[in-house]
Design a protein around this ligand. Structure first.
Ligand SMILES: C[S@@+](CC[C@H](N)C(=O)[O-])C[C@H]1O[C@@H](n2cnc3c(N)ncnc32)[C@H](O)[C@@H]1O
Length: 307
């Protein structure tokens, strides 16, 4: 089993939010190292069910070993955009879905996964090791325009164009195959940035990771599927770690709790049938949790409940 771990973020808040029923069926769409899964299993009775999903083969191996003897637990190596296919006839029977977005500490802290500028390693960034294209391979063939669009859209990187040009010039001399090579190139562009708190390569690394893993496409699909997977009173809880994701979650939840009625209809607010209610509009980790686990700092949790 891999030695890298992950501290579950907002564990108590999430368990409180899911209101786990002993005989309920739950989905942990982002198993990671199972911190939230374990807490849900602790609340489930012998007839409850927990379906877990992850793209990462290390996460799958960990889950298979740890829960081999727990009949309530089932793990799938899949993207969470495939949940409707995995559930088949069981769609519509789910009491709660948890989505804890992004990468795990187990992925970030393992140098061989090539996610982080903190380690000298092969530039990889695939959550799913069976996927074909690594970050290095993408940077080898993408045009300057493609690179700068990704950096701008997914990293909100103000120096996107200059970084893209730097990458194109550098790869003509030598392929960009390591995290260090890429982060050095970005740092050379962002010279005035060095006094700031975050590393100059932070936003570009985030953007390339989001692109390589098609993270926002998967989230979009999940947000459109998940409401139909829940049964009455089922809860969908999503925790995001940057504003792009949180904006998508907020907009999609807002649409579900706001029925599309013509304006100025003579109906009392209370009489409107809503397919979903806000269950938790917005919660963030306590300052104590952020101190103990700085990676929790940017977390935002939102949840809706099927009416
Ligand atoms: C933040 S971690 C989850 C940590 C987990 N809640 C825990 O307590 O250990 C996110 C996990 O979701 C996985 N993941 C991210 N996007 C995914 C997707 N679209 N489909 C399946 N798994 C995904 C990642 O591989 C990673 O293991």
């Amino acid at each position: 089993m891999s030695k890298f771990i992950h501290n579950p973020v907002m564990l108590n808040e999430i368990i409180e939010c899911l209101k786990v029923k002993p005989n309920g069926w739950y989905i942990d769409a982002t198993f990671g190292r199972g911190g939230h899964t374990q807490a849900i299993l602790d609340k489930l009775g012998p007839n409850g069910k927990l379906i877990a999903i992850d793209k990462d083969l290390d996460a799958i191996a960990y889950a298979r070993q740890k829960y081999a003897h727990d009949a309530r637990f089932q793990i799938y190596h899949a993207c969470f955009s495939d949940i409707p296919k995995l559930l088949g006839n069981n769609a519509g029977k789910i009491d709660g879905i948890l989505v804890d977005l992004g990468v795990s500490s187990a992925q970030l802290d393992d140098p061989s996964r090539g996610f982080s500028f903190r380690y000298e390693a092969k530039l990889d960034m695939r959550m799913d090791q069976s996927q074909q294209v690594t970050a290095a391979q993408w940077l080898e063939s993408a045009s300057s325009k493609e690179i700068s669009t990704v950096l701008k859209q997914y990293g909100e990187e103000v120096d996107a164009h200059r970084i893209a040009e730097k990458i194109i010039a550098a790869r003509a001399i030598q392929p960009i195959e390591t995290t260090k090579h890429l982060s050095d190139l970005i740092s050379q562009v962002k010279v005035r940035y060095h006094k700031k708190k975050i590393h100059p390569a932070t936003l570009s690394f985030q953007a390339i990771r989001i692109h390589v893993n098609k993270e926002l496409d998967a989230l979009n699909q999940l947000l459109s599927d998940a409401p139909n997977l829940l049964k009455k009173e089922g809860i969908l809880a999503v925790m995001s770690f940057h504003s792009l994701e949180d904006r998508m979650v907020k907009r999609s939840f807002r649409k579900l709790v706001t029925p599309n009625l013509p304006k100025k209809l003579p109906i009392m607010e209370k009489a409107i049938q809503r397919p979903f209610d806000w269950h938790l509009k917005r919660a963030m980790p306590s300052s104590n949790e952020c101190e103990i686990n700085p990676r929790a700092r940017s977390a935002v949790l939102r949840a809706i409940r099927k009416g």
